[in-house]
Design a binder for this molecule. Structure first.
Ligand SMILES: CC(C)(COP(=O)(O)OP(=O)(O)OC[C@H]1O[C@@H](n2cnc3c(N)ncnc32)[C@H](O)[C@@H]1OP(=O)(O)O)[C@@H](O)C(=O)NCCC(=O)NCCS
Length: 231
């Protein structure tokens, strides 16, 4: 495996927007954000000046959500805080339990699957997912009699790393190993292209944290997810 620079994980949004996801980015000076409907994640440089916050506000427009992903910098006071959520960043370092072979088919979810994906997200609530988030990477799903009951996919792409995200299973289909199977399939794809998987999870989501630990993920650092409304 190539030598991995984990500092890219200190600002995975900025590193993605300025690198692998540059074609999905809107940028002005040091400020960057995703195109509408792809993600509301936004980034500024490590020590932003007032102009950089003004640039980000201009990129986003008035009264829009800036999802500052573990950003240590505090925006000017006229930016209204919307949410604060404690979580952790976990990285996959090999090993972990392999999910049992059950013959359940894991399928790739194309553009036609977006309405079903949005419906599943609304029911299972894995975290932020927008109509064009799927374009950030490969999304995989499990169907039961044709109905999408579980999914997971690739999101942020800082150099050398891929974030696994939108891991969710419909309430009536939980406990059958669907999430374990999907996360493991994504880990295998990511490792095959010589990158390493990472994941973000809310601290209160103890079930998901336990699941990721069983699959070989370890905690790298605590993160604070924070959202602000632009003035
Ligand atoms: C977390 C979630 C994706 C797990 O989906 P799932 O398909 O039920 O997971 P699996 O069946 O693969 O579970 C694998 C293991 O985790 C355990 N597990 C799953 N959810 C759990 C929970 N809430 N609490 C404790 N253990 C849990 C299962 O018992 C199973 O254990 P085992 O392998 O020892 O039998 C699902 O509960 C969900 O959609 N939650 C809401 C969305 C969410 O929080 N997503 C994660 C965002 S980071």
């Amino acid at each position: 495996m190539a030598n991995r620079d984990a500092t890219a994980l200190d600002d995975p949004v900025g590193a993605s927007l300025r690198g692998h996801h540059a074609h999905h980015a809107r940028r002005l000076g040091g400020a960057a954000t995703y195109q509408p409907d792809v993600a509301t994640f936004s980034a500024v440089t490590a020590d932003p000046d007032p102009q950089e916050w003004a640039d980000l506000a201009r990129l986003l427009g008035r009264g829009e959500l800036a999802d500052m992903f573990s950003c240590a910098s505090v925006p000017p006071p006229e930016w209204e805080p919307v949410f604060v959520l404690e979580g952790r960043q976990m990285t996959w370092s090999g090993g972990g339990r392999r999910p049992a072979e059950t013959g359940t088919e894991v399928v790739e979810l194309g553009r036609d699957s977006v309405p079903e994906m949005l419906d599943l997200v609304a029911r299972a609530k894995p975290g932020p997912f927008w109509p064009r988030t799927r374009e950030l990477g490969t999304y995989l799903g499990v169907r039961d009699h044709g109905t999408l009951v579980a999914m997971a996919g690739e999101r942020l792409r800082p150099p050398g790393w891929t974030e696994i995200s939108a891991v969710c299973t419909a309430p009536e289909a939980r406990g059958r190993g669907h999430a374990a199977r999907l996360v493991s399939a994504l880990v295998a794809r990511i490792v095959a292209r010589d990158e390493r998987p990472f994941i973000h999870v809310a601290e209160a989501n103890t079930g998901a944290i336990a699941l990721y630990e069983r699959l070989g993920f370890e905690t790298r650092k605590p993160v604070t997810f924070r959202g602000f409304r632009t003035p």
